[in-house]
Design a protein around this ligand. Structure first.
Ligand code: GCO
Length: 252
């Protein structure tokens, strides 16, 4: 049960944080993982760790903000590795700024990476599978900010809420091809992205008191759900976003 033997997975943002956690669990479940990251050193460190779990893992350097080049980049990946049964869109950036202070370039940058890049890559990926009638599973990494706002999260929250709706739209478009699309919504997870929040004692205390399970999440809390959503046993689940948030959204 819940194995991914023989499957190939592509994970954006896979060299650190939640993306790395997901890549590690997919590899552990038997999938060969290819991570995409823009930092060479981080890619190398991550892939060295992943290879200890599953020797068939690799890293590719690419900056996803380059959305016009995603198509050609993805085709080059297929040439090198073959088709990908699994796609995890985890690459994301944040911007903590009061809404009226956000510059248009900053806004565009967030939407471009968190939303547009995920859409473009998913489309390319789906096209490659549809053309050969092969099923697939895609995961979008969302956020609590798709459901509720914290001050300073306007651009980030809008991108994540849109990504959540994209999960539904893609799921409905591609269900006829047995391509499933689901979202994972992490709560507050300690990663490079949230490190400034974690280090802020007041904020960190608030997170712990606000989270029914009483702690920050870890990247390892997210990976198991990714494995489940991608395995054959989850073959009737599509268009859903499941939150891994320690009970946050269930409580006032
Ligand atoms: C931010 C965001 C992120 C996440 C949060 C909840 O300020 O960067 O709030 O930290 O969305 O972890 O999912």
């Amino acid at each position: 049960m819940f194995r991914l033997n023989g499957k190939r997975a592509l994970i954006t943002g896979g060299n650190s944080g939640i993306g790395f956690g997901i890549a590690a669990f997919l590899a552990q479940a038997g999938a060969s993982a290819v991570i995409i990251g823009k930092n060479k050193k981080r890619n190398t460190d991550a892939v060295n760790q992943l290879r200890q779990i599953n020797s068939a893992c690799n890293a590719e350097e690419f900056d996803l903000s380059n959305t016009a080049k995603i198509g050609a980049f993805f085709k080059s990946l297929i040439k090198r590795y073959g088709l990908f049964d699994i796609l995890v869109n985890c690459a994301g950036i944040t911007l903590r700024k009061r809404a009226d202070r956000i510059e248009i370039d900053e806004w565009n940058n967030i939407i471009n990476i968190n939303l547009t890049a995920a859409f473009v890559l998913s489309s390319e990926w789906a096209k490659s599978l549809i053309s050969v009638h092969r099923p697939g599973s895609c995961i979008m990494v969302i956020s609590l900010m798709s459901e509720a706002a914290r001050p300073t999260t306007a651009a980030y929250g809008a991108s994540k809420a849109a990504l959540k709706q994209l999960v539904r739209s893609l799921a409905v478009d591609w269900a006829q091809f047995n391509i499933r699309v689901n979202g994972i919504g992490p709560g507050y997870i300690r990663t490079k992205l949230t490190e400034p929040l974690y280090r802020d004692k007041k904020f960190s205390k608030w997170v712990i008191s606000r989270t029914p399970l009483g702690r920050w999440g870890k990247p390892e809390d997210i990976g198991p759900l990714a494995v489940f959503l991608c395995c054959d046993e989850a073959g009737f689940i599509t268009g859903q976003t499941i939150f891994v948030d320690g009970g946050w959204l269930a409580s006032l």
